[in-house]
Design a protein. Sequence first.
Length: 299
Amino acid sequence: MVGDKSTGVWKRDPQDCGTQAEKLDRALVTGLMLEVILETSNLPVDPQTLRHLVKTRLKDSLADNLAGRVTLDRFRHLLGQVDIWFPLYYPLTSAASAKAPAASRVQAVPAPAAARVSSRRVLRVDRLRAWFQEEGRGLLPHRPHRKVNQDRLWEFLDRTQGGWFRLLAFTRHFGMDRKTAWEYLRRFLQAGLLRHNGGRSAAVRYALETRFLVVRADVLESEVEVALSGLSPGLAVQVSTWLIATGGEAFGEKEWHGRLEPSRCRQLITRLKSAGLLEEVCQVGESRMLRLGPRWLRK
């Protein structure tokens, strides 16, 4: 503040305005960071993965909360500030020194691979842990050296991200013959871990049961098929798989460019938006941030 002490008239120094704006920006970013930390505090992940997860979700949270409320330049500025402030303030939180939860008295379920390599929450970890401890008990050998164990099954379920897979993918991952793999898949189907696409022979596909996914996959798949009617049926399956793998979190339009031509991507996104499947979060440069609408997510 500057002014005349004798008159008591004070004016705000322009430099103070800049400082105040920075404080507000910093308060906004750190506040959202703490909110993300609270949301992820119960995930069974190692500290390094948690750090990456919090930073990724912090940027997603900025897009979700500021879309349509600030200018594009200000949004870009805040994203840039995240890279500066995050390494300064994150180490001061308890999450930075958090360790994976200690084993419970019940047979401990290993930290899922999803938590180690994916920045998006696709699987409902709590539901899966409960399945392993209750319904899935006795289906898997407890000896870690066996080809099929909880660690490797967690890893496989994350790799498929709730999408459809073939018997061959299962046999390759676990290094077993087709007959043994089919027997395990049959058990998992009966126990409610997996679902079947109803196909026969080479058309048979399996996927994680939808109750274990953040996205309501069974409902979403049928709606995507309707929205993309007239196009290749295989394309509808692919698009559903991509959307399920977002976990309902915002994603950049350009993420699809590596899979399809940009013009094709725009065509699909237009159809999905018209059908009420996708909503636009914000525009970042020439790319849009998109996400599934809330009604496609489990509460």
